[in-house]
Write a protein that binds this ligand. Structure first.
Ligand code: ADP
Length: 447
């Protein structure tokens, strides 16, 4: 086991990783930018290294400074959290070249799944169902337009390097194709430095259902059930739950089998997520996230397995601590992402938190990176915390969620808490009756 690890991240996820490392007796090194000198992750870690100015390009994306900090402090491994450098295979190569261990998959696995077009080709070969569409190399506009016609409108143009819903355009009609393509390409170029796209069938009313997978370096790969992340706005998740409402045993078996097949196809090691769209009895692979996800605690709640513990264990050369047949799930869990944002317009609301009180009691977990008096810097993601609620069944979970939301106090800034208080009383949410468009429609009606 490692004696010391460095956490190349900030906010709630850095704090969350530190907690597990401490439980395992592993010392932790935080890194921080100018704006984060008084951040919670810096307080919580055993040691902290300043790595640069506030903008991410000067700090949390500076792989060289992060590796130098690890070497200077005697850390043996680097946990990337999510976002920032977590899915950057070049960073993984640099970590390994420096004689350190990356707590995550190999650079080769990340490369195999990093581009949506290559990932889809790989999955097709492995016999995993993918969204029908064009995911080839050639990118001439005439070819893409004719592929779109073949697929049948509406189609979705997607940046192959995409993430966070960027570089994605729904196209209703052939006349709109060329303009949508240019704007998707522009956005993709600016965000990812890569303007290549794929064209997919636009799935009309799907649910987003993903499967948590885990592999080790001894050829084992398991799944830890599914999460439903259909409550989205602008293709970004807002609420996640597990198990998926209405999931049947037969569908679960088919989806989790496909997910494990996908993980095995790339000899996957560490925590990963296989994302699918599900509609009318059919499911289709959309992408794999080769990292720990924001919503991983709902899986931890229902399985009782600490995913970060498994990550550290596997990276340090151990096998998975559980076999598939030992992984059972218990009850129901829901996560709400609490962002420092206006709950209606979703514009960021940085500023000072004057009062921060988290709910407690049976089945409640709050993962956050803030405290009363903390000043939220404007430079980073607006996620300030997550409320994760577990109950013996979905009804109990919803009751507990309502109570926990009532108890949660964040003063001084705007947050998404009022939105969740609204949603928890909604009949469709209470019944688990929502697809990926439901939330946008609900918000449009409320305006
Ligand atoms: P990103 O990497 O940008 O998050 P994804 O491919 O994971 O992109 O898709 C994000 C979300 O966009 C999905 O959860 C789903 O809501 C929607 N989406 C993706 N592909 C399709 C599709 N073919 N049809 C309809 N909606 C889609």
């Amino acid at each position: 086991m490692f004696a010391k690890i460095l956490i190349a991240n900030r906010g709630e996820i850095a704090c969350r990783v530190i907690r597990t490392a401490r439980k395992m007796g592993v010392r932790t090194i935080a890194v921080y930018s100018d704006a984060d000198a008084r951040s919670l992750h810096v307080e919580m870690a055993d040691e902290a290294v300043h790595i640069g100015l506030s903008p991410v390009g000067e700090s949390y994306l500076r792989g060289d400074k992060i590796i130098a900090a690890a070497l200077a402090t005697g850390a043996q491994a680097i946990h990337p959290g999510y976002g920032f450098l977590s899915e950057n295979p070049d960073f993984v190569d640099q970590v390994v070249a420096a004689g350190l261990i990356f707590i995550g998959p190999s650079a080769a696995s990340i490369r195999a799944m990093g581009l949506k077009d290559a990932a889809k080709r790989l999955m097709e070969k492995a016999g995993v169902p993918v969204v029908p569409g064009y995911h080839g190399e050639a990118q001439e506009i005439v070819l893409l337009a004719s592929k779109a016609r073949e697929i049948g409108y509406p189609v979705l143009i997607k940046a192959r390097a995409g993430g966070g819903g960027k570089g994605m355009r729904r196209v209703e009609h052939p006349d709109e194709f060329s303009e949508a393509l240019s704007s998707a390409r522009r956005e993709a170029k600016a965000a990812f430095g890569d303007d290549r796209v794929l064209v997919e069938k636009y799935v009309d009313k799907p649910r987003h259902i993903e499967v948590q997978v885990f592999g080790d370096n001894f050829g084992n790969a398991v799944h830890l059930y599914e999460r439903d992340c259909s409550a989205q706005r602008r293709h970004q998740k807002v609420i996640e739950e597990s198990p998926a409402p209405g999931m049947t045993e037969a569908l679960r078996k088919a989806m989790t089998d496909a997910a494990v097949k996908a993980a095995k196809a790339i000899h996957y090691s560490g925590a990963g997520t296989i994302e699918f769209l599900y509609e009318n009895g059919e499911f289709y692979f959309i992408e794999m996230n080769t990292r720990l996800q924001v919503e991983h605690p709902v899986t931890e709640a229902i399985t009782g397995i600490d995913l970060v513990h498994e990550q550290i264990r596997v990276a340090s050369g151990g096998g998975l601590s559980v076999k598939q047949e030992d992984i059972k799930f218990n009850g129901h869990a829901i996560e709400c992402r609490i962002n420092a944002e206006d709950p209606r317009t979703f514009t960021p609301s940085p500023g000072t938190i004057t009062h921060f009180h988290t709910p407690g009691g049976l089945g409640i977990r709050v993962d956050s990176g803030v405290y009363s008096g903390y000043k939220i810097p404007p430079y980073y993601d607006s996620l300030i915390g997550k409320l994760i609620v577990h109950g013996r069944n979905r009804v109990e979970c919803m009751m507990r969620l309502r109570r926990a939301l009532d108890e949660f106090v964040v003063d001084g800034i705007k947050t998404t808490l009022p939105l969740f208080r609204d949603l928890v009383g909604n009949a469709d949410i209470a019944n688990g009756d929502y697809d990926i468009h439901w939330l946008e429609k609900y918000l449009a009606k409320e305006d």
